[in-house]
Write a protein that binds this ligand. Sequence first.
Ligand code: NAD
Length: 517
Amino acid sequence: MATAMVDSGIQNTLKALRIKELNEGSSTGTKFFSSGEVIDSHSPVDGTLIARVRSTTKEDYERIMERASEAFEVWRLKPAPQRGEIVRQFGQRLRELKEPLGKLVSYEMGKSYQEGLGEVQEMIDICDFAVGLSRQLHGLTMHSERPGHRMYEQYHPLGVVGIISAFNFPVAVWAWNTALAWVCGDVCVWKPSEKTPLCGIACQHIIADVLKENSLPEGISCLINGDYRVGEFMTHDKRIPLVSATGSIRMGKIVAQAVAGRLGKSLLELGGNNAIIVTPKADIKMTVIGAVFGAVGTAGQRCTSTRRLIVHESVYDKVKEALIAAYGQLRIGNPLDETNHVGPLIDRDAVKMYKEALEQVVAQGGKILVEGGVLEGEGYESGCYVKPAIAEAKNTFEIVQHETFAPILYLIPYSGEVENAIALQNGVVQGLSSAIMTGDLREAEKFLSAAGSDCGIANVNIGTSGAEIGGAFGGEKETGGGRESGSDAWKIYMRRQTNTINYTTELPLAQGIKFDL
Ligand code: NAD
């Protein structure tokens, strides 16, 4: 990739977020220190070297963990609504910096500027959610079976929460975890993806200012940088009771074993292989919009991207033709230009995997309906721009069973009843997002029933892609089983304690047991 100076528009963005040419990649609050090897952050948009970041060494990590542990002693005793006030101020700062942060997300990761702004909006939304939550960390009361006794449960903070995140949501996933963990009284250590380290540094600057202004311990928010080896510092660290890890299934299996090996908890948000079922009762116009956005949005690099379209044979040709026509309209190019629909893949390794997947689908018996290919020439110098492709395939093809993080959509026909489509939809190892397009209530309810979709997310007349922060987000099977964001996802960031209080002068034992002395 080229190493040129970044243009002045991006320079202003970097200035607003205090990104330097060479950044210290480890920090607690405002204190930055790290001495490890240097990671170059290239933009997939134009191949430019944006800036560099020093990765975290084991010694840096130990210093960070010390500060995090000290900070926890203070933070856990602060009343939860006061912790919520800090998160409120953080959300306010995000509102003020939404444009530069959204632009950095777009430039460093390659998603469209609108999606970059959308990601920052998700951070703001989860802050609002967490502020309300800070007054609602409710436990239950139970009736004791013993006279003169009171029984209830309460939730306490866990300690240091480790967060490992993927490149494709370089800021929102961190906020989903931290906003909740902070109001719950935990402190956080974050390792962003080594492909998007600058987004991590920008976020850390923002929260560090808020902590400093409130004279709070810097270790409440900590940042470490580097590849899997730095992630492993946390997964093997007994001082970290919860590791929240977002990324590939391959990574999740390693992380899960490391954390379970020391009996820690892990919250896993892993890969998806999401399908939309299109029944004879589907609205074809809505289907095409949902499927195209789901398959090509973020260049197919969302965990919830639509990878499979399972279409009833009676509407198959109609859907196929409408999709081919829609793909003909797609504009591929610089994601900062709002007229483009599809931006670049994250790097050339991702391009290689895209090319291999297209070769494999043909080798396994599939048929290409919309040709793929890598774009070259002016505007495509980074080598990361690819054409969204569609292939006719069978669900059983090995490549269809696999999540390729690129804009490739597999068209799979089904016949007979909706149960057949549900079986195909469930016939993969992943279980993140799913959808059905139908105007038929019976079909929709079958899809949502206990015999229906086996995914963590099941939508009706909406695509698979994207989710609102108010619901719990996550998936089943090899997607890892974790839940983040809304609903009662906060409970994983706390430890539950059952308390029984005896306000009599007797000591009756439970279950009527007699133990007379
Ligand atoms: P990745 O698995 O390559 O890396 C993710 C993170 O894990 C990175 O920070 C990486 O450094 C770290 N890591 C890798 N191996 C590790 C190890 N052994 N120990 C500790 N840390 C380790 O994933 P990626 O390419 O950055 O992201 C794409 C993947 O993430 C896709 O599979 C996508 O579906 C998934 N994803 C899932 C969700 C979700 O919520 N389910 C959200 C976003 C992305």
